[in-house]
Design a protein around this ligand. Structure first.
Ligand code: ADP
Length: 397
């Protein structure tokens, strides 16, 4: 079956068409600046040239119409008829406590997703717009919602509760949810396969280090801890997000700089993280790596502080699981960043981690980066959220 995977944001939309039997990506692309002037669609069939076309996209329905047109285009398309697309898998950011698994989309599911909008006001409404636009254009095609939060729903109460008045949990469901669940699930399973061990008998820590970054602890096949919280702002230092800080800093900055809560949230979400730490140099680790090699003080500071935070979380999660068998690095920086991986592993001697410096040079391949006698295995595993969404979609339809 051919599965269209859609990841819809407020002004962008990423898509892949995946053949579920061969698990090959037949075509992929991106719509940008939806609803803004200068919108464009990028489309690339498997093995073909990438083409970028500037074309008006007043709304998401038009964006999806253009995606479907590209997929069926006589010259560069990869299907003859839309009927060949058996199902659509949608990435949905927040499933709250309602969704611990993916769900076949119907009116009831849509209503439940809408009820989670409060928890992810920037993401869920956009995801819903994408789903509705798709349903309009492909009314007879089954669709599945795959949630970023679902994998983390197995966390025990002591891991997901905050030390706040319990009534806020009761009234508003304020708790840790976690994100990147599709990636944490995919990578932890893949680690078990690569190590030739049973997923249900392993203690695995996954470090998803991209622009957004999170760590999770997966014990005997179930997520027991994760670093992102009610929102993706908590936990690791990220590209532009602060991660954990003393909550009283908000009040301090508000008074000193005469700022509103919204302005401070923008600072914490968009101007902090390695961008802030590097004194504005960059949020992109390629720039930071280059800066580090040139001895740029901001780049050094950002890389070291970022890596230290990752190492601290690994320590906490080894404690939470009473041990760890494997540590995985994934996403942009985790898959491609030998420097960050080596900085993190320098802290892990107590776990018996012995890095293999040559294997650690890998970029974008599945590699065990520790020596064969390392007590804890460390792996670099490229994530594939689209494939994981396609698999979930096939399972449900
Ligand atoms: P997201 O999906 O959250 O936007 P990604 O997983 O794509 O993030 O990761 C983006 C990050 O990965 C960027 O900081 C980028 O610099 C980094 N990255 C990508 N490729 C490389 C590379 N070859 N070397 C070092 N860092 C890289």
């Amino acid at each position: 079956m051919k599965i269209l995977v859609i990841n819809c944001g407020s002004s962008s939309l990423k898509f892949q068409l995946i053949d579920s039997e061969s698990e090959r990506c037949l075509a992929k692309g991106l719509c940008e600046r939806i609803g803004i002037e200068g919108s464009m669609i990028t489309y690339a069939p498997e093995g073909g040239e990438k083409e970028k076309t500037e074309t008006p996209m007043p709304d998401h329905t038009e964006a999806i119409r253009l995606v479907l047109e590209a997929l069926t285009n006589a010259k560069t398309g990869v299907v003859k008829d839309l009927k060949e697309i058996g199902a659509v898998g949608h990435r949905v950011v927040h499933g709250g406590e309602k969704f611990s698994k993916s769900a076949l989309i119907d009116e009831e599911v849509l209503k439940a997703v809408e009820e989670c909008n409060d928890l992810a006001p920037l993401h869920n409404p956009a995801n819903l717009i994408g789903i509705n636009a798709c349903r309009k254009l492909m009314p007879d095609t089954p669709m599945v919602a795959v949630f970023d939060t679902a994998f983390h729903q197995t966390m025990p109460e002591e891991a997901y509760l905050y030390g706040l008045p319990y009534e806020y949990y009761r009234k508003y469901k304020i708790r840790r949810y976690g994100f990147h669940g599709t990636s944490h699930s995919y990578v932890s399973k893949r680690a078990a396969q690569l190590l030739g061990k049973s997923y249900e008998e392993l203690k695995i820590i996954v470090c998803h280090l991209g622009n957004g970054a999170s760590v999770s602890a997966v014990k005997n096949g179930k997520c027991v801890e994760t670093s992102m919280g009610l929102t993706p702002l908590e936990g690791l230092i990220m590209g532009t997000r602060s991660g954990d800080i003393d909550p009283a800093i908000l009040e301090f900055i508000a008074h000193k700089e005469n700022k509103s809560i919204d302005e401070i949230m923008t600072i914490l979400n968009k101007q902090s993280g390695v961008l802030g730490l590097s004194d504005g140099l960059s949020s992109d680790f390629r720039d930071l790596e280059a800066g580090y090699h040139k001895g740029d003080a901001g780049a050094v500071r950002a890389m070291k502080t970022f890596s230290y935070r990752v190492a601290k979380y690994i320590g906490a999660y080894a404690a939470a699981m009473n041990g760890v068998d494997a540590i995985c690095f994934t996403a942009g920086v985790g898959e491609n960043g030998p420097l960050v991986r080596s900085f993190v592993c320098e802290y892990l001697g107590y776990l018996g981690v012995t890095l293999d410096p040559k294997a650690n040079q890998t970029r974008g391949t599945e590699t065990v980066i520790t020596t064969p006698d390392s007590r804890t295995a460390v792996l670099s595993i490229p994530t594939n959220e689209e494939l994981a969404i396609a698999r979930e979609t096939v399972r449900l339809v």
